[in-house]
Design a protein around this ligand. Structure first.
Ligand code: FAD
Length: 420
């Protein structure tokens, strides 16, 4: 049975995050949109102590489990509410500003990859960085030119130097969120997916933790984007970048190196990251919906839910449709989250919520611009920005079409080869 009760600690957290969103994010939304590569300093300062504390607790939990059962795996004592807390945090901060939320000093996708593919020792080692010192960022680099949706054809290589016991990375990754913040502007980390055997396809792909300021890593390009312009998106160039053997996620045993989770680790990362993207989309959708409702209410237009269908005006029906699409996608997101929190597989539901949330937020924000009239299109209000911010949710972490394929394959029982 699904319970919709939110534990008190998450309710308290949400109140605090609402304040952050209202006071440290929204007032800077327009400025950071206009000046794309400026950094949201107020947001960094306000959130870093909170993130440090959160990551400190995560590391303590990992250390305790490792000392208790030697494997770091979680005893099944009930749902892990921290996962729900994370999803609700993402929704609330994205309500504040989705681009700024992506720049949260936090392990982000890099952390999700470490937790999906790393050994307990690696998880502790890499996540600990985020519980101490100066603000840090995490990133994950899979996409290459010509290897986006079909990332099994990636060309970035990792070769082991037996003399120094280091991996040598060569190649280029494109459109990497937080790449500059993680690798150039802080002592953060980026999980880079590379092949140890280009002939082996998916089987050759492994993940490697590249830490901030590693020689041989350069920022090749900073993107200028349609939306989420407060976020950092770059191309990364790896030119004989050397990283320790133990930074390959999954094992520290050389002989077993070929048996690490590899590509499956990437897929497992998506199980966690797709509900996170859906939650971010839902924050933007709620921002647009609430703003539209407020502005229309000022004009005396408020939905009367007691009216019968044939008495509703076209605007009222649009508002109801916006609400319904947001709620439907949010419920799917919570379902995928609940499965994660209970330690169940959520692969199908993660794709379903990502697909639906991307579709809902692009539709809702366009409707907001439409219903608000010319002011919806004006830069004086944020509606047009939310419309631009929305579209990314159809693109990263698997495009709308790719998630549709995953859903269709799962429901119809087709393999990857049979339905492409
Ligand atoms: C702002 C931004 C941030 C990003 N951040 C990151 C990041 O942090 N890390 C990272 O690794 N990547 C990141 N990406 C890259 C993103 O994940 C890819 O752009 C995405 O996976 C699509 O890959 P592609 O661009 O190569 O498009 P392609 O794969 O070339 O797809 C182009 C179009 O064809 C469609 N298509 C492809 N294959 C099929 C098919 N079989 N059936 C139907 N349609 C299909 C796609 O849906 C899409 O519409 C980011 C991208 C952007 C824009």
């Amino acid at each position: 049975m699904i319970s919709f009760e939110i534990p008190p600690f998450i309710q308290n957290q949400q109140q605090l995050l609402k304040m952050v969103a209202e006071q440290a994010m929204r007032p800077y939304s327009r400025q950071l949109d206009e000046h794309e590569h400026e950094r949201p300093q107020a947001f960094f300062q306000m959130t870093w102590p909170f993130v440090q504390q959160m990551m400190g607790q995560t590391v303590k939990g990992l250390e305790k489990r490792l000392s208790q059962n030697g494997s770091g795996s979680k005893a099944r004592t009930g749902p892990d509410y921290s996962i729900l807390g994370m999803i609700m945090m993402i929704e609330q901060l994205s309500w504040g500003d989705a681009g700024q939320y992506l720049g949260l000093p936090h392990p982000m996708l890099g952390g999700a990859a470490v937790q999906s593919a790393g050994t307990p020792e690696q998880q502790i080692r890499f996540l600990k960085k985020f519980s101490e010192g100066d603000p840090k960022w995490g990133a994950m680099a899979i996409t290459e030119a010509g290897a986006g949706s079909d990332n099994s054809s990636m060309r970035t290589t990792a070769v082991l130097d037996p003399e120094t016991n280091e991996w040598i990375l060569n190649g280029e990754k494109i459109f990497i969120t937080n790449g500059k913040l993680a690798l150039e502007e802080s002592d953060g980390l980026c999980v880079v997916w590379a092949t140890v055997d280009p002939e082996a396809g998916r089987a050759g792909i492994k993940s490697f933790v590249v830490e901030g300021h590693t020689p041989g890593v350069t920022i090749a390009k900073q993107e200028h984007k349609l939306g989420i312009r407060a976020s950092d998106t770059v191309s990364l160039h790896f030119d004989d970048a050397r990283i320790p053997f133990g930074n390959m996620l999954g094992t520290l045993d050389k002989k077993a190196a070929s048996r690490t989770r590899g590509f499956k680790g990437a897929m497992k990362t998506f199980d966690a990251s797709r509900p996170a993207v859906a939650a971010s989309a839902m924050g933007v959708a709620r921002a647009a919906l609430e703003f539209t409702q407020e502005k229309l209410a000022d004009e005396g237009i408020v939905v009367d839910y007691t009216k019968s269908l044939h008495e509703l005006t076209a605007v009222e029906r649009d508002l109801m449709e916006m609400e319904a699409r947001r709620k439907g996608a949010w419920l799917l997101t919570l379902r995928a989250t609940a499965q994660m929190a209970h330690g169940e597989s959520n692969r199908l539901e993660a794709s379903m919520c990502k697909y639906r949330a991307g579709e809902a937020v692009t539709w809702i924000t366009q409707k907001a611009v439409e219903l608000l009239g010319p002011m919806g299109y004006s830069r004086e209000w944020l509606a047009e920005k939310w419309m631009r911010d929305a579209k990314i949710n159809d693109i990263y972490e698997g495009t709308r079409q790719i998630n549709q394929l995953i859903i269709a394959r799962a429901i119809l029982g087709y393999t990857r080869r049979e339905l492409k």
